[in-house]
Design a protein around this ligand. Structure first.
Ligand SMILES: *Cc1c(COP(=O)(O)O)cnc(C)c1O
Length: 459
């Protein structure tokens, strides 16, 4: 595996350096290293006007196999691909860039393409923001009774972006598409009034982009008296894969770990929800050290990722990932289905193929890895797990159940959908042996117009 370095970078290993992001400014120089010619690079830049791009020296120098680029899975994980968007859109924006069109004109074209990419899967904004008193509580989602999600204002970016990100709309320059909070006092008040909440998940972007002092402002209030019903604080993060220095050599690494220890000392679980997409992300000794240090605080690291075409769509990749995670003391948690937003057409794996990949990986690992669940679709009614493909009374069907449900009564009950080898999302499925899915309203009881919203993907 060959490492590359940007011309402007000093010859210091990425491991000893302070974090610095590479952005669209560096994109052309970086993709040139993958052997792309000028017109291919222009198309990549066109895609990067629509979808967010950001990476860093650690990803570029330690994770990507440049000999294999542009087909390398980690290259595909972070670099935009020319064919991620419809060719007509790419051509249109590429020609604007080629003739140095004014920024406003490029931005308007990019905006128009984004609006066709389902930037805010329905339900996410409308259905999940709770009220405190008479006012909404922005930057908070409360979808399942026991878990509240918090999106800190200062966590609205990541150490690098994944090309398949379902929250991509939060990272482009469209202020009205963002959701975030800095109002911890109101969050605490909300939690005081909601004793059914046992888990608070701090998410983003990536909460670990925040320095220890800012992160502390979101975490410590959750340990307050009067919040004894909070059993666990979760932090959703890709930092172990994209910038493990955060826990080892960064100036606030030790302070961060002390904060984790403080959560544990309060008698709560600190669940570090680590996003790993590919086993290569686990290989560096720096990751091993970061994992060791996080675990030494008493925190538990649980792992999750979506199943993505051309990045991790084979059983050996998942089996290797789960096995290595268990070896390192981490707990496999979820395999997700790529959501119905952004370049989903490009990355989607059909549910039937996804189920087979899950099962082929699952049957080859020890029981300690079989804590993982999936493939799971986070859709408006809840998290739907594809349990299998079978034949019932002569009909080929998918067997599904809800891992999480807006209506908790539906959790864990099996149901069926007609087999369709091409279905990639809930909206492609039809109920089998029933006129509607269990999470669909009885048409007798609800105006018909409301029903289609339930098929949209959501947080
Ligand atoms: C997945 C998810 C959660 C957490 O669910 P668990 O099954 O407890 O991991 C909470 N809120 C939303 C919106 C989710 O998608």
């Amino acid at each position: 595996m060959t490492a590359i370095r940007l011309q402007s970078e000093p010859a210091v290993p990425a491991t000893g350096r302070r974090f610095r992001a590479y952005t669209v400014k560096h994109l052309d120089a970086l993709v040139a290293q993958a052997g792309l010619d000028a017109s291919e690079r222009l198309a990549v830049r066109a895609v990067a006007t629509v979808l967010p791009f950001r990476t860093n020296a650690y990803v570029v120098e330690n994770l990507i196999d440049w000999d294999a680029a542009p087909d390398d899975p980690i290259y595909r994980l972070v670099f935009p691909q020319a064919d991620m968007l419809p060719p007509a859109d790419v051509q249109r924006i590429a020609s604007l860039l080629a003739r140095n069109a004014p920024d406003g004109e490029v931005a308007a074209a990019a905006h128009e393409v984004r609006t066709r990419l389902n930037p805010h899967p329905a339900g996410q904004l409308a259905l999940n923001i709770p009220d405190l008193g008479d006012e909404p509580l922005p930057g908070v989602q409360h979808k399942y009774p026991e878990t509240v999600l918090v999106f800190p204002k200062q966590a609205q970016t990541c150490h690098a972006y994944c090309t398949y990100c379902f929250r991509w709309a939060q990272f482009v320059d469209e202020p009205d598409l963002k959701m975030a909070t800095a109002d911890t006092a109101r969050i605490v008040e909300y939690l005081r009034r909601h004793r059914e909440v046992t888990s608070v998940l701090i998410t983003g972007g990536d909460p670990m982009i925040m320095g220890a002092d800012v992160l502390r402002r979101y975490v410590e209030p959750l340990l307050d008296e009067g919040l004894d019903h909070i059993e666990s604080v979760r932090i959703g993060s890709k930092s172990l894969a994209y910038w493990p220095q955060r826990f080892v050599t960064d100036p606030d690494a030790d302070d961060t770990l002390r904060l984790f220890g403080k959560v544990v000392a309060s008698g709560r679980g600190l669940a570090f929800m680590a996003h790993f997409s590919h086993p290569r992300e686990l290989e560096s000794p720096l990751v091993a050290e970061a994992v060791r240090r996080i675990r030494s605080t008493g925190a538990v690291i649980r792992t999750q990722a979506p199943l993505i075409r051309s990045i991790n769509d084979n059983p050996a990749t998942w089996a290797a990932m789960w096995g290595t995670q268990v070896r390192m003391g981490m707990v496999p948690y979820y395999m997700f289905v790529e959501r119905d937003t952004g370049p989903q057409d490009y990355f989607a794996v059909p549910l039937a193929a996804g189920y087979r990949i899950f099962r082929d990986a699952y049957r080859g690992v020890s029981g300690l890895s079989r804590t993982v669940r999936g493939p799971s679709m986070s859709a408006t009614p809840g998290k739907l797990c594809v349990d299998g493909i079978t034949e019932v009374a002569g009909e080929k069907v998918f067997v599904l159940h809800m891992i999480q449900a807006r209506d908790p009564d539906l959790v864990g009950k099996p149901f069926f959908a007609r087999y369709d080898p091409d279905a990639t999302w809930l909206s492609d499925l039809e109920p089998a042996f029933a006129s509607r899915f269990p999470f669909e309203p009885d048409p007798e009881e609800l105006p018909e117009l409301l029903a289609p919203a339930l098929f949209e993907p959501a947080g």
